[in-house]
Ligand binder design. Structure first.
Ligand SMILES: NC(=O)c1ccc[n+]([C@@H]2O[C@H](COP(=O)([O-])OP(=O)(O)OC[C@H]3O[C@@H](n4cnc5c(N)ncnc54)[C@H](O)[C@@H]3O)[C@@H](O)[C@H]2O)c1
Length: 382
């Protein structure tokens, strides 16, 4: 398939590009380096330097002989989006290109405005471009489990049947996000659902949980192909942050009671989920939703796992409960369904002590790059 990967320079976008190219697809990646720019502005550079997208694609081609075409530009600008779609005519679009940090979206008004304008602007442009240039193409959109929040009932896979006054109807499962960033993902879903209804678009919305990990099969052939890895509060996901904290002896930053429970997945499973969704497209006029995670853990459970892996690796890992800068439930019911991707053939990579130790080994090589003041800055929600 001709696959357009939007946000192809990111934590998930670059490994996805290599994975889909390896699987024989024709891949074009698009990015405007927004994440890199925000990271410099906020003084939260990644654990190790990452070559720019053009250099990475060149290296990839040297090693594998496979091409990944690169386009640098801003997807919230229509002229650019139109040019990309017209020239490539994708059959599938994997849309990662958003400002993905919940804390960043809560820092200040300008960051909130950037998150709203960028995320909704890019999604709207993708929808308009598909309608005008490739109406049969399949949009695979990355949403987040955070759209659902933490309701006191089971979380269904996207949809819920409601019975009211003796009549029934199927609705999008109620959404109630915990940050502005997550709220933009809800708005994305609403935009997509609207245009699926009126223009018969073909869309899969993947409600993904927090991802962890560094290594993917394709990055094993050369270190310069490794994805970007953040250990800071803004761009690091919780398990990746805990690994870096453990390595430099910084007590694991558990917010409040630590009972916050979420669905997690290994970065390798993100790639498999996206490929499975793409290779088994939604129908025209269908908004298909999958909950994309493999296991649920509370923050306390993650901290305990990292402490245990640290013990094996020879680290004395401490855990510190701190005042919660976020506004969220610290103990709650959590039972989300997640069978759709398993039914498509996903074989999960479960979280093991060996995986955590391997991450610790690699992060240790770069431990001198870890700046303590970047680990926790306590961005407040309210
Ligand atoms: N990483 C996770 O744990 C996680 C979990 C759930 C959902 N998601 C979603 O998956 C997607 C990818 O996440 P990620 O962790 O790889 O984030 P990321 O920031 O590393 O990747 C997103 C990429 O999109 C680019 N981008 C953003 N706006 C753009 C624009 N207007 N034009 C062109 N490029 C633009 C950024 O520069 C960045 O390289 C995001 O939509 C995120 O919300 C991620």
């Amino acid at each position: 398939m001709r696959v357009l990967i939007l946000g192809g320079d990111g934590y998930l976008g670059w490994p996805t590009a290599m994975h889909l190219a390896s699987a024989g697809h024709e891949v074009m990646v698009v990015d405007n380096y927004l994440r890199r720019r925000v990271m410099v502005e906020e003084d939260v550079e990644p654990l190790y330097p990452v070559p720019n997208l053009v250099e990475r694609a060149r290296k990839w081609q040297q090693i594998t002989g496979r091409e990944i075409v690169v386009q640098i530009g801003d997807l919230s600008r229509w002229e650019f989006v139109e040019r990309v779609f017209k020239s490539f005519m994708p059959e599938a679009i994997v849309h990662y290109a958003e400002q993905p940090s919940a804390p960043y979206s809560m820092i200040r008004r300008e960051a909130a405005a950037l998150t709203i304008n960028n995320n909704l602007g890019a999604t709207a442009n993708v929808i308009f471009a598909v309608k005008e240039h490739c109406p049969d193409a399949h949009i695979v959109k990355l949403g987040t489990m955070g759209e659902y929040g933490t309701p006191n009932i089971d979380i269904e896979e996207g949809w819920i049947d409601i019975e009211h006054n003796g009549r029934t109807e199927k609705f999008l499962y109620p959404r109630q996000a915990g940050s502005l960033y997550h709220t933009t993902k809800i708005m994305d879903t609403d935009l997509l659902w609207y245009y699926v209804r009126i223009w018969d678009l073909r869309v899969t919305d993947l409600m993904q949980g927090p991802v962890y990990g560094i290594f993917t099969d394709e990055s094993e052939c050369d270190e310069s192909l490794l994805t970007i890895f953040s250990y800071d509060e803004l761009f690091g996901t919780v398990l990746n942050r805990f690994i870096a904290q453990a390595v430099v002896g910084y007590p694991l930053t558990v917010y409040g009671k630590g009972g916050q429970t979420r669905g997690y997945l290994n970065i390798k499973d993100t790639l498999n989920c996206v490929r499975l969704a793409m290779e088994n497209p939604a129908n025209r006029g269908e908004l298909r939703i999958f909950n994309q995670f493999t296991e649920t853990f509370s923050v306390n459970e993650l901290a305990d796992k990292v402490r245990e892996a640290g013990r094996r690796f020879g680290l004395d890992v401490r855990i510190k409960s701190m005042e919660n800068p976020r506004k969220e439930k610290e103990e709650h019911y959590y039972n989300p369904k997640h069978t759709g991707l398993l039914d498509l053939g996903l074989v999960p990579n479960k979280l093991t002590c060996e995986e955590l130790v391997r991450m610790m080994e690699y992060v240790s090589i770069h431990r001198d790059n870890i700046a303590h003041h970047k680990i926790f800055r306590g961005t407040k929600w309210a």
